[in-house]
Design a protein around this ligand. Structure first.
Ligand SMILES: [Zn+2]
Length: 273
């Protein structure tokens, strides 16, 4: 059986500023090392539980953050972009038993460290089936389409709180407690890694995982800037419902997920010059 880990950077212990996740920053190398080690701890937990295969998806920015040579050599990594399923690339491979998340952060409607939903400078809120979602929830709803359950989450206290609204018993590890948008009380990375390894191992052995579907698959999206929506109207699959709002309602969660992401890309093509 294969376990898939989706890995982001903003929820990693020690990461508190967007600069740290940006390739042109002097702090980036350190942040990607922290990210790689937390992700590797999750993979080790799966191998110690007796699993033979672990897939990992790099889910932040340009998606070339994880340092592959520093991972356990049994891991296979989906690196780079574009990837058709983005943070969930690998989901449709054969034999995926469950998905876990490392380095996840809270949504745009939360007051967490570096909170945002998918594309921070563009998306103000995303609702699926009537409820505001985090990237964790959005990706888990997509996994549900393929009957792939969620079994683990590591991130800050705010994303854990949000996730528990959907999965009250989700095996989890807290990496840090937000004290502001660009600050947090961080747990020591070595302690966090040990806990991640143990929690993943236990969750796999106990087979604690769950599939949750949204009430319905409709995406209600609000952008931060109304101009950014103007090119999205080129897509027949969206309905603009306000200056900053639109709906994606194709009847299929995966198509909605892709159209929503296409809209976030089209948003960046609008400029006044
Ligand atoms: Zn993210």
């Amino acid at each position: 059986m294969t376990y898939l880990f989706s890995v982001d950077i903003e929820g990693i212990s020690g990461v508190v500023s967007a600069k740290q996740g940006s390739m042109d920053s002097k702090e980036y190398d350190r942040a990607r090392e922290l990210m790689t080690k937390e992700a590797d701890a999750a993979a080790e937990g799966a191998f110690e539980a007796g699993e033979e295969k672990v897939y990992m998806t790099d889910g932040h920015g340009k998606m070339r953050n994880i340092i592959i040579e520093d991972l356990d050599e049994r891991v296979e990594l989906f690196s780079g972009r574009p990837k058709i399923l983005s943070q969930m690339e690998g989901l449709t491979e054969d034999d995926i038993e469950a998905v876990g998340y490392v380095g996840y952060h809270s949504s745009a409607h939360s007051r967490g460290t570096l909170s945002h939903t998918y594309y921070g400078s563009v998306v103000d809120d995303l609702k699926i089936g009537g409820r505001s979602v985090s990237e964790f929830a959005m990706n888990s709803y997509l996994a549900a389409k393929y009957d792939v359950p969620v079994f683990f989450l590591a991130g800050d206290t705010e994303i854990i709180r949000e996730a528990k609204e959907l999965y009250p018993d989700i095996p989890h590890v807290v990496t840090k407690t937000p004290t502001g948008r660009y600050s947090a009380k961080c747990r020591h990375p070595k302690v966090v890694r040990k806990e991640i390894k143990e929690t993943v191992k236990k969750a796999i052995k106990k087979k604690k995982s769950k599939v949750i579907h949204p009430e319905n698959s409709t995406f209600h999206v609000r952008f931060k800037d109304e101009g950014k929506l103007d090119n999205c109207e080129l897509l027949p699959s969206i309905e603009r419902t306000g200056p900053k709002e639109f709906i994606v309602d194709t009847g299929d969660i995966e198509t909605n997920y892709k159209v929503f992401r296409a809209c976030t890309m089209l948003a960046t093509t609008v400029s006044q010059s």
